[in-house]
Design a protein around this ligand. Structure first.
Ligand SMILES: [Zn+2]
Length: 222
């Protein structure tokens, strides 16, 4: 299976100059992020797993899923997790005209604000498709664009062991890990992801790591 583009140092360096990928720190702090939810089959179990360890993460939600599973977003926010903007329909923004990019970002952001009382601060472009127009538009609308530093491609369901190996080999202080609680289909199965999260969080808590929301991780760093 092909490696993630984020495994290539020159790609990370290029992206790091243009948007948030990770944070420079020597402290054992990192952020777990979950994309494409809220999802009724996966998000509740993930929330339970995180709550049992008092870990807070950042959830990049999709507007069309929020419309359908509002209560699940409300529950996620009420549990203290940060909510990020992952656009309204999860389409490749860089292929679209500016007016649609604006709409995709605004509709999702406004929905999150309506449900949680708080507008997201961060925006993750779906599938990582970016260009200058996408980044400028997101910033104009008041969002900080973010990718991440570790992308174990959990949504392809490579197996819990592979997901763990891909996270461990790239793990470092300041990392932003990209995972998925949702997917293109509502029926998607993220049990491998949840199992991997359960194992890696135990491991890292024991190693002295602290899990932070993106706002906490970037405080004083960007
Ligand atoms: Zn996504």
């Amino acid at each position: 299976m092909s490696p993630s583009l984020l495994d290539i140092a020159s790609v990370r360096e290029y992206l790091g100059k243009r948007l948030l990928c990770g944070v420079q720190t020597s402290e054992k702090r990192l952020a777990l992020t979950f994309d494409d939810g809220p999802n009724p089959h996966n998000t509740p179990e993930l929330l339970d797993t995180l709550a049992a360890k008092e870990i807070r993460a950042t959830f990049f939600v999709v507007g069309r899923r929020v419309r359908r599973f509002r209560d699940l977003l409300a529950r996620t926010a009420a549990a203290g997790h940060e909510i990020g903007n992952h656009c309204d329909h999860h389409v490749p923004l860089s292929a679209l005209p500016a007016a649609i990019i604006r709409r995709e970002i605004n509709v999702c952001g406004n929905l999150v604000a309506a449900v949680t009382g708080r507008r997201p601060r961060f925006m993750r472009p779906p599938m990582g498709w970016i260009n200058d127009k996408v980044l400028e538009t997101a910033r104009e609308l008041g969002y900080e664009p973010v990718i991440g530093s570790i992308h174990p491609q959990d949504s392809r369901r490579p197996g819990t062991t592979t997901i763990l190996r891909r996270i461990r080999r790239r793990l470092e202080p300041g990392a932003i890990i990209i995972l998925h609680d949702g997917g293109w289909r509502i029926g998607c199965d993220r049990s491998q992801t949840i199992a991997a999260v359960d194992i890696i969080t135990d491991e890292l808590l024991q190693a002295g790591y602290r899990f932070e929301t993106l706002s906490e991780l970037t405080a004083g760093s960007v």
